[in-house]
Design a binder for this molecule. Structure first.
Ligand code: G3I
Length: 325
C-alpha cells in the first residue's frame, strides 16, 4: 500500500488524495491518476466563466467530460467552485445588479450546477477566496452588493440544490497566515450563526520552501500548519488541503530541492496530525502544466512529477508524511 499515495492515505483512515485535472492528450496522466489518486478537482472546467458565460446560457460540455472521466476512473470529485470573484464573467462583475437580483443570479447559477452534478460532487467549494490577507473581507461584486451575507446565502442555496455533497469554504494562505486563518474561522461561525450547514474548510496550500520574489512567507513549520488546521477543525468542520504545490526559484539546486522535499513531508504530516483532516489534493500532476511559471516568472518545479512525468524526490517526501514512516 505504500506505493500509492491514496492507498497509503486510506491506510491511515483518511478519505482521499486528489489532483487537479484538465483533460488533455497525455496518457501518462490517466495512468498516474489510477495509480496514485482517488479524487480529482476540475482545474477550470466548472468555474463561472466556463459554465455560464452569459446570463442563463449554461455551457456544461467541458465540465461534463471531467465528471465522466472521474466516474470512469472511480474518483471522488471536489467540485470547484460556485461563488468566486475571479474567472467571473463581466456580465456578473459589472452587471450593476441590485441586492435581490444578484442573489437571484447566484441562485440560478448554483441551482444549475449543483443540480446537474448532484451525486457526482463529493465536495463543493461553495465560496472561494473571500478573504484579504489581513482577514477582512475581499472587495468583490458579491461583498459590495450583498454584504457578508452572500456567504451564508451561497451555502444555504448549495444545500438546497445538493444535500449530499460536503460544502466547503476554500482559500489560500490559510495554512500559515494566522490573521487570514482567523478570518476563515469567523466565516465558519458566520455561516453557522445563520443556521446553515458548512462541512469543511479547504486550505489551498500554495506554498514555498525558500524565499522567492513572491513567497508569501517562509516555509511553514509543522506546528504552524497544525495550529492553522485546528483553528477551523475545532469549530466542528472537516479540513483538507485542496490545491497543494510547493514552488521554488528556478533552476532548482540540490539544497532548494531538499528543503522542498521536507516541506511536502510536513504538509502531509500536519494533515495526518489533525483528526478532522480528511484528505489532500495536489494542484496538478506534471510541472509541464503547472500554473506557477506562467504567473510567477522565475519560479516553478512545484509539483510531484517533472516535465517528463518522472517522479521527483518530493513524491517520496509527501508519501513519507502520509505513512508517518
Ligand atoms: O482557455 C484559455 C485559452 O483559450 C487561451 O488561449 C489561453 C491564453 O492565456 O488562456 C486559457 O485560459 C487560461 C485558463 O487557465 C485555462 O488554461 C487562463 O488564461 C488562465 O488564467 C487560467 O489559469 C487558471 C487560474 O486558476 C485562473 O485563476 C489556472 O489554470 C488554475 O490552475 C488556477 O487555479 C486556481 C484555483 O482555481 C483557485 N485557487 C488558486 C489556483 C491557482 O491560481
Amino acid at each position: 500500500k505504500d506505493d500509492s499515495l491514496y492507498k497509503a492515505m486510506q491506510q491511515r483512515g483518511r478519505s482521499f488524495i486528489g489532483t487537479a485535472v484538465t483533460l488533455r492528450n497525455e496518457s501518462r496522466e490517466t495512468e498516474i491518476i489510477n495509480q496514485e489518486f482517488n479524487s480529482m478537482t476540475p482545474e477550470n472546467a466548472m468555474k463561472w466563466e466556463s459554465t455560464e458565460p452569459s446570463r442563463g446560457n449554461f455551457t456544461f460540455e467541458d465540465a461534463d467530460r471531467h465528471v465522466a472521466f472521474a466516474r470512469k476512473n472511480k474518483l471522488q470529485i471536489h467540485c470547484h467552485t460556485l461563488v468566486w470573484h475571479s474567472q467571473l464573467p463581466l456580465w456578473v462583475s459589472n452587471g450593476n445588479f441590485t441586492n435581490a437580483t444578484l442573489i437571484q443570479v447566484m441562485e440560478d447559477h448554483i441551482k444549475a450546477l449543483a443540480t446537474r452534478w448532484k451525486g457526482a460532487c463529493t465536495r463543493w467549494d461553495v465560496v472561494n477566496e473571500a478573504l484579504n490577507e489581513n482577514g477582512t473581507y475581499r472587495e468583490s461584486v458579491w461583498l459590495n452588493t450583498i454584504g457578508e451575507a452572500y456567504i451564508p446565502i451561497a451555502f444555504r442555496l448549495a444545500k438546497k440544490y445538493d444535500n449530499k455533497a460536503k460544502l466547503f469554504y476554500n482559500d489560500y494562505n490559510l495554512e500559515f497566515n494566522a490573521e487570514k486563518t482567523a478570518g476563515a474561522a469567523r466565516i465558519v461561525k458566520l455561516i453557522q450563526s445563520y443556521g446553515v450547514k458548512i462541512d469543511g474548510v479547504g486550505y489551498q496550500g500554495h506554498v514555498t520552501s525558500e524565499d522567492t520574489p513572491t513567497a508569501p512567507a517562509p516555509a511553514p513549520e509543522q506546528k504552524v500548519l497544525e495550529a492553522a488546521l485546528r483553528a477551523t477543525a475545532d469549530l466542528g468542520v472537516d479540513v483538507a488541503y485542496t490545491e497543494i504545490d510547493v514552488r521554488l526559484n528556478t533552476p532548482v539546486t540540490a539544497a532548494s530541492e531538499a528543503a522542498q522535499v521536507a516541506t511536502w513531508q510536513r504538509m502531509a504530516a500536519s494533515c495526518l496530525a489533525v483528526k478532522k483532516c480528511i484528505g489532500m489534493t495536489v494542484w496538478g500532476i506534471s510541472d509541464k502544466y503547472s500554473w506557477i511559471p506562467g504567473v510567477f516568472a522565475g519560479e516553478g518545479s512545484a509539483l510531484l512529477w517533472d516535465e517528463k512525468y518522472e517522479k521527483k524526490p518530493s513524491y517520496a517526501g509527501f508519501l513519507k508524511g502520509i505513512t508517518g514512516k
